[in-house]
Design a protein around this ligand. Structure first.
Ligand SMILES: [Zn+2]
Length: 465
C-alpha cells in the first residue's frame, strides 16, 4: 500500500527533490586515551554560574576530573581553553530525525543521516525525537552503536497519537495534494477515535520500542477538531501505567491546560495562539509540566509568509544552496498556500507578541523552559541551525542566558533519562559530551553558535571542509 501510494504520488506530482548534502563532520580517527581541556571557563549546568580557570579531564569516554587549572597533563592531549567556555553537549528536546524542513512547494526526501550530521555539527549530542514512523525510528535507533551513525543519541515516540481527522491529519491534507498527503499522514499521525483506541495506540508504540508517547491537541487549521479530554486522559494514563512519559503538541492555553489536567509531562510548543494568563501559568506549574516554547517554529513560519526568510550563517554551511533557494523571498512570492493555512498563519502573526510574552510568564511562574527546535519537523526548522537560533530567541524573550543553557542541557537530559542522567552536565563520571565555545555564552547568547570543538562520548567531532 505504501509503495503504491509513493509511486502514484511521484507520478502525479513529480519526484521529491534529492539534495547533495555535504559530509560536514567526521569522528577523529584515533582519540588519545586522555584529553584535558585546560584553563577554561566551565558551565557545568548543575548551577547557574560558571567556574573560571578550570581544567576538565576526559578518559575512557567519561569526564573524570574537574579542578582549578593545574591538573597533571603528562601524556594527555591538551586543548587550550583560555577565553573559551566548556558547556555540556546540547540536547534538542524536540526533533524529527526522519523528517524534512523543506517548504511544501519543494518537497524533499527526508534524509536522517544529514539530519543527524547537521545536529551534531551544531553541538547537539542528544535529542528527543517526537514524531516519525516508529519502525523507521527503531531501525535508526539500532544504528546508534554503529560507526555509520554520525549524529546525536536519541530516544523516540513514533507516530503522534492524534484524533482521527484532527491535527496533524487536518494540516497534512491542506498542505499537500493527495496522495502525497496520505503518505505524509501515515508517517506522522496515529489516528484514534475513542479512549480504548487511545490506550491501544500507546501499547502499540511501546511494543515497537518507543521511549515516550507524543499526543497532538491542536487546531491547525483553526477550525480543526481537537482531541477531547477523555482521549487525552486515556493515552496519558496508559503511558504512565507503562512507566513512560507523555508529551503533547498544544497551541492555546485551553489545550495546554487540557493536557496538563490529564497529567501530561511536557508541552512541546509554547502558547502560540491567544494569551496565557498568570493564573494559567501557575496552574501549569502546579501540574508539574515542563514547556518547550519552540519560538523558532513560529518565527520561521512568519519569515516565510512575510517573504523575509534568511537562513543563518550556520545554516548556510549545513544545507546546500539547492535546499535553501526555495525558501528565498523570490521563490516564496510565486507560491500560494491554502487559504485555511493562511488564516492560521495570520493568527500566528497577530499573536506574535503574546507568544513571546507567554515564555516569560511561564518562566516567572517557575515552569521549566526546555529548548526544542522542531528540527526537520516544521517548515524552515533546519536541523541544528534552528536549535542555535532558538537559544537566541529565548534569551531575547527574557530568559537569563544561564537558564537558556540549562534548558538546552541538564533539564532535557533529566526529563529524558531521569535525575541520574549520565549526560547534560559536566560532572565527574558523566559521559564526555562537551562543546567548547569561543567566548562567554553567559554574557552573549550568540556565543553558543561559535563552536571551537565538539566532543561526543570522549571523541572529537571534526569539521570536514
Ligand atoms: Zn514537532
Amino acid at each position: 500500500m505504501r509503495s503504491w501510494l509513493l509511486v502514484l504520488s511521484v507520478g502525479l506530482f513529480g519526484c521529491p527533490a534529492s539534495h547533495r548534502y555535504a559530509q560536514l563532520i567526521r569522528r577523529e580517527a584515533s582519540p588519545p586515551p586522555v584529553t584535558v581541556f585546560r584553563d577554561v571557563r566551565v558551565f557545568t549546568a548543575t548551577d547557574t554560574i560558571a567556574l573560571e580557570h578550570h581544567d576538565v579531564r576526559v578518559e575512557g569516554g567519561r569526564i573524570t576530573a574537574i579542578a582549578p587549572t593545574g591538573l597533571d597533563v603528562t601524556g594527555a592531549r591538551v586543548i587550550e581553553g583560555a577565553g573559551k567556555t566548556l558547556v555540556p553537549g546540547y540536547v534538542d528536546f524536540h526533533a524529527h530525525l526522519t523528517g524534512s524542513p523543506a517548504p511544501p512547494w519543494a518537497v524533499a526526501w527526508p534524509d536522517e543521516d544529514h539530519n543527524g550530521r547537521a545536529l551534531l555539527a551544531s553541538g547537539v549530542t542528544s535529542v528527543m525525537d517526537v514524531g516519525g514512523e516508529v519502525d523507521k525510528l527503531k531501525a535508526l535507533w539500532k544504528r546508534q552503536g554503529d560507526p555509520s551513525w554520525l549524529g546525536p543519541r536519541f530516544t523516540y515516540s513514533g507516530q503522534i497519537v492524534s484524533l482521527r481527522d484532527g491535527y496533524p491529519t487536518s494540516m497534512v491534507k491542506i498542505l499537500y495534494p493527495w496522495p502525497a498527503s496520505a503518505l505524509a499522514d501515515q508517517r506522522f499521525s496515529g489516528p484514534v477515535s475513542n479512549p480504548l483506541e487511545a490506550s491501544a495506540a500507546v501499547d502499540w508504540r511501546l511494543h515497537h520500542g518507543a521511549h515516550h508517547i507524543k499526543l497532538a491537541i491542536a487546531s491547525v487549521p483553526l477550525n480543526a477538531q481537537t482531541m477531547p479530554p477523555e482521549l487525552v486522559s486515556a493515552a496519558v494514563k496508559r503511558a504512565h501505567e507503562k512507566g513512560v512519559k507523555a508529551v503533547a503538541h498544544t497551541d492555546s492555553a485551553v489545550h495546554a491546560l487540557r493536557a496538563a489536567r490529564a497529567g501530561i509531562d511536557a508541552l512541546m510548543h509554547g502558547i502560540h495562539l491567544g494569551e496565557l494568563t498568570v493564573a494559567d501559568a501557575q496552574e501549569l506549574k502546579a501540574a508539574g509540566v515542563v514547556v518547550s516554547p519552540t519560538l523558532v517554529v513560529f518565527d520561521r513560519a512568519e519569515q516565510l509568509v512575510q517573504f523575509r526568510f534568511a537562513p543563518t550563517e550556520v545554516e548556510r554551511r549545513l544545507y546546500p544552496e539547492s535546499f535553501l533557494t526555495p525558501f528565498s523571498p523570490d521563490v516564496a512570492r510565486t507560491k500560494t498556500l491554502d487559504p485555511q493555512l493562511m488564516e492560521w498563519l495570520g493568527k500566528l502573526q497577530e499573536d506574535h507578541d503574546k507568544r513571546v510574552a507567554a515564555v516569560k510568564t511561564l518562566y516567572d511562574a517557575g515552569v521549566p523552559i526546555l529548548v526544542g527546535s522542531d528540527a526537520a519537523g516544521s517548515i524552515g526548522c533546519l536541523a541544528g541551525g534552528a536549535f542555535l537560533d532558538e537559544l537566541r530567541l529565548l534569551s531575547l524573550a527574557g530568559i537569563p542566558n544561564a537558564d537558556v543553557l540549562r534548558g538546552a542541557t541538564v533539564l532535557p537530559a533529566r526529563f529524558i533519562a531521569g535525575p541520574n542522567a549520565d549526560f547534560g552536565t559536566i560532572e565527574a563520571g558523566k559521559r564526555a559530551d562537551l562543546v567548547l565555545l569561543d567566548g562567554d555564552p553567559l554574557a552573549d547568547i550568540t556565543v553558543t553558535s561559535r563552536i571551537a570543538n565538539i566532543m561526543q562520548g570522549g571523541v572529537l567531532i571534526e569539521k570536514v571542509d
